[in-house]
Ligand binder design. Sequence first.
Ligand code: BV8
Ligand code: ZN
Length: 235
Amino acid sequence: MPPLPAGPVAVLCGAGLAAASGVPTFRGPAGLWRRHRPEELATPAAFARDPRLVWEWYDWRRGLIAGCRPNAGHRALARLAGSRPGTTLISQNVDGLQERVPPARPLLLHGSIWRLRCAGGCGRGEWEDRRPRLPELPPRCPDCGGLARPAVVWFGEGLPAGSWRRAAAAASACALFLAVGTSAVVQPAAGLIDLARSAGAVTIEVNPEPTAAAVDHRLVGPAEEILPALVAALV
Ligand code: BV8
Ligand code: ZN
């Protein structure tokens, strides 16, 4: 076990955390992006070009995720968040699984697949819709009847300002930064690892495949097996 400093802990979570729950990752061999390129589906241009195609992909993912449950990795992070003051969970995931294990309330950098918002800009705020499959694709805004879109961050879109600000603050102030189940490819989220390291934190990656992220230590293995023991040593 690498040195585990006292002080605040920040955890950046990626799709690998949910792999054991049956949620496909993005870039792995069976990844979501294998059949589609991100630019084809997770961009405003793709949605403007073919909202039905984009929604068929999200509706398929929602249906799949609806049958998934949090795993031991999610439960370990919830234990960390509930037992170690000063812990911040930061998630790139849109699957809603970590939110189902109280008290964890992760900062969601890329939004939630379970929330929608009006694409017509009528001013109606986001709303939650947890139906595993939507009756009509593309769904409509209940207020103006215009197109609704998934309330997720697409490529080329900015991250939610509040979540990003809090995530960057946590990364800058933490003594220990864990990068769990992320390929550390997508920016600006992956930059949090470098931010924490440059601020003096001990950085540890938990991943069966070492990534290009510049970390101090690598725990090579699946999060659902490594996190319970790691959290036991942290609380
Ligand atoms: C922004 C939500 C500016 C939607 C996602 C060129 C052109 C255009 C843009 C760019 C460009 N170059 C760079 C950019 C920026 C771009 C970017 O980073 N592109 C990458 C691909 C190079 N970023 C953006 O566009 C961001 N916005 O820059 O906007 C701006 C600023 C201000 C104002 C306006 C604009 C927005 C990025 C967010 C995109 N949205 N998702 C959806 O989900 O449909 S990204 C998507 O990737 C998911 O959110 C996911 O979380 C994220 C990161 O992927 P990972 O989580 O790391 O998953 P991955 O599959 O890659 O890896 C899984 C890992 O798990 C692997 O390492 C594997 O080994 C490991 N693993 C497997 N099993 C396990 C495991 N680990 C542990 N345990 C296991 N059991
Ligand atoms: Zn509307």
